[in-house]
Write a protein that binds this ligand. Sequence first.
Ligand code: GH3
Ligand code: MG
Length: 336
Amino acid sequence: MAIVIVDDSTLSLEVIKAFLITSGYSEVITVNSARELYELVDSYSDRGIVEIDLILMEIIMPDIDGIEACRNVKKREWLADIPVIMVTTTMKKENLQLAFSAGAMDFIKKPFDRMELLARVSSALRLKHETGRRKAREIELLEVTRQLQEANERLQRLSFLDGLTGIANRRFFDQELLQESRRAKREKTPLSLIMLDIDYFKAFNDTYGHIKGDDCLREVASILKKTLKRPGDIPARYGGEEFAVILPNTDDVGAEIIAKELRYCIEQARIAHINSPCADYVTVSLGVVTGFSEQAKTPKELILAADRALYRSKHEGRNRLNVEWIEKYTDFLKTL
Ligand code: GH3
Ligand code: MG
């Protein structure tokens, strides 16, 4: 705890210092001018630590007076919280006003009354201590708030992920499909959706067990993720062994190409499925739909249409895809 005394009078410096030392303040630094004070505080700044707890400063000094010095000290951000007590022989109102507006917190009259000096020093130090504690608490609080925010964001991310496969879950899918369908309407862009279901997955579980079944779901999810190239494409686990892929700004031609690629990549993974009537490996059936901008579709309509197409793929023998032409079909009907 260092107290700095600034006074051009050596006698004053010695008297104050003696009062303070005999009252138990061990670190008392004396300087003769504002310039010496600047040198002192600027060397503290290099180390980035505020070690001064109080400045006692004479108002009337040659060259730079105490008020100007106080103002300059307060301008230094790392010193702004250090209390400054002005020491004065003149009790002129204007001087005191100027001192307070320069940032001084109190004043002491010369000649000194020992008790008064010690009382003011002690209350200034208490205030400094309290301010320091409050600041530390604020910093602590800010840190806790930041950590909380981070934890919330992590939780939010987790609440949108499917626990088994690590891709987006149904909740995220619903939210994104709604957002994307609104965007498609607003920006007049096509929006495609693929629904994809593993063929004969019940038989897979029956043959290899649920643990292997889970592994298979994870592998299919990872193929979806790897195969989709655009960052905006969203693969999700729709439920059970059914997956969905949202393809923003993708027309029917593009969506069909991607669906074919997904089917092919899953087939090529050659995940053994000896009891599938389709093939010796895991295959999927897909339903594709595109909502065109002129008549933007709601998420529900898109899902129903993709499901219809998926159902046709199942019905026609599985391991294939079907496209549902909602807009084009209605547009075509209108031309008849
Ligand atoms: P289809 O070709 O018509 O789709 O036949 P399927 O056997 O795949 O379809 P079905 O709906 O009859 O069976 C789906 C199976 O998927 C039944 C269920 O136990 C299994 N399944 C759903 N979720 C999970 C899961 O998280 N892990 C595992 N291992 N199996 C699951
Ligand atoms: Mg299935």
